[in-house]
Write a protein that binds this ligand. Structure first.
Ligand code: HEC
Length: 149
């Protein structure tokens, strides 16, 4: 009985470890570790996600003043919306805007974007509209790497 419990805990830890590492691994990674940040780019990894999830508002319509899903340069522009969530600005006096790319990550994580999709809710009305945890990990790695093109 006691041994059985130990085996069960070890197996559960193994499964949990596998799950967390695979969900955080961007495509093209060899699983060796240490090489993810350098290989994540806008064109190869991030744009396909944004095109799928931020269309059509930021893929030509220019809502919120940017088309991050189609124009790389827009990721580097400063945030302009006073509605943007905490972290997109210096929140004390709404100065020092971050870039649209950095704010995109924050906006997704807080559920503000995709707009009106309810992705911050425990059960979003249409989960297919939401950015998945694996996709968020890719965008986070891209931001951490300095948003390479
Ligand atoms: C249904 C349309 C729609 C979709 C889909 C959408 N957005 Fe937005 N987004 C908007 C609108 C409208 C604004 C401006 C909101 C405001 O200022 O109140 C905005 C603003 C933003 C801003 C702030 C821009 C600034 O300069 O302050 C960011 C960042 C952003 N969106 C990221 C995203 C990302 C990333 C996605 C996809 C994961 C996405 N949005 C999907 C409509 C949309």
């Amino acid at each position: 009985m006691r041994n059985g419990l130990v085996v069960w805990i070890a197996a559960a830890a193994l499964v949990a470890g596998c799950m967390s590492s695979s969900s955080a691994t961007p495509p093209g990674n060899d699983g060796g570790g240490g090489d993810t940040a350098a290989t994540v780019t806008y064109t190869k990894d991030v744009q396909p996600i944004l095109e799928a999830k931020c269309f059509p508002c930021h893929a030509g319509q220019g809502m919120g003043g940017h088309n991050i899903a189609t124009v790389y340069a827009d990721a580097l522009k400063p945030v302009t919306s006073l509605d943007a969530p905490q972290g997109c600005w210096n929140d004390v006096d709404m100065t020092m805007p971050k870039t649209i790319g950095e704010c995109a990550l924050i906006s997704i994580m807080t559920g503000w974007m995709p707009m009106a999709a309810g992705c911050g809710a425990a059960t979003p009305p249409d989960p297919s509209k939401c950015v998945t945890p694996a996709q968020i990990a890719i965008i986070a790695a891209w931001v951490a790497a300095g948003m390479p093109q």
